[in-house]
Design a protein around this ligand. Structure first.
Ligand code: FES
Length: 123
């Protein structure tokens, strides 16, 4: 599939999450070390929105249950260790996971050209 324009370059800021639509698909774009990155706005755990997640050290943390993902690769770094931003004891993590196994965050190729941000979605 071809690259889809999703935002103006100036709207995509370092470590800030910008929710956009790419071909009808809700996405989040951000900038890590100066390079634009794009990923699914839905958390792989329960599909809830990552729009209010936090970004630190190139990773996004889900605001709902604390799962954390590398923004550049999608790799899962932590899985269901919090509730609404509050850390939970280790024994409760499996309860919070509700039977879901750790999964990666879908990430998409992103680039910039002429002041615009483009994302390539799977065909
Ligand atoms: S919905 Fe994101 S960790 Fe549960």
């Amino acid at each position: 599939m071809s690259m889809i324009e999703v935002a103006a370059s100036g709207d995509v800021k370092e470590n800030e999450l910008l929710t956009v639509k790419g071909g009808g698909t809700p996405l989040i774009v951000t900038r890590i070390a100066g390079k634009v990155q794009a990923f699914s706005s839905k958390c792989p755990h329960l599909g809830m929105s990552l729009a209010r997640g936090t970004v630190k050290d190139g990773a996004v943390t889900c605001p709902w249950h604390g799962s954390r993902f590398d923004i550049c690769t999608g790799q899962n770094l932590d899985w269901c260790n919090a509730f609404a931003g509050l850390p939970l004891p280790t024994w409760s993590h499996r309860l919070i996971a509700m039977g879901k196994k750790p999964a990666p965050l879908p990430v998409y190729e992103a680039s910039e050209e002429n002041g615009k941000v483009f994302v390539r979605l799977p065909g």
